[in-house]
Design a binder for this molecule. Structure first.
Ligand SMILES: [Zn+2]
Length: 130
């Protein structure tokens, strides 16, 4: 069984799908799930499963360890790619499991789970679509 850092980020884990909010009035979609719409302030949006694939909207490479609560992996910190992925309804920031030399805006990616910290828990990331 997969243990994730925050179960509230997901509607399902196998296959992984991220949970978002869709406003009942204006249709605005957000990630993560929120208590009210950031556009029209209506409370109580619906929780929806976001698309499990999209395209890289922009990206960068994290070349130094983030501040706590970041926990480096057992082998120590290594630079990694992060970016925003366009899932159609919403942009989601996440770890990009793509070699920096292969990253480009518009690259097709899909949602996956990846181990974090000591490897006992996972969170979401995006990898290049085969
Ligand atoms: Zn709204």
């Amino acid at each position: 069984m997969t243990t994730v850092v925050d179960p509230g980020l997901f509607t399902s884990l196998d296959p992984p799908r991220l949970a978002g909010s869709r406003c009942r009035s204006c249709g605005t979609v957000t990630f993560p799930v929120g208590g009210s719409c950031p556009r029209c302030t209506l409370p109580g949006p619906d929780t929806v499963a976001l698309a499990d694939a999209g395209t890289v909207w922009t990206w960068t490479v994290q070349t130094f360890p983030p501040k706590p609560p970041y926990v480096p992996p057992a082998g120590g910190f290594s630079p990694y790619a992060v970016g925003y992925v366009d899932l159609g309804d919403v942009l989601v920031e996440g770890h990009l499991l793509v070699e920096p030399g292969h990253l480009r805006i518009g690259l097709p990616v899909r949602l996956v789970l990846t181990p974090v910290g000591d490897g006992s828990r996972s969170t979401f990331a995006f990898e290049a679509t085969p």
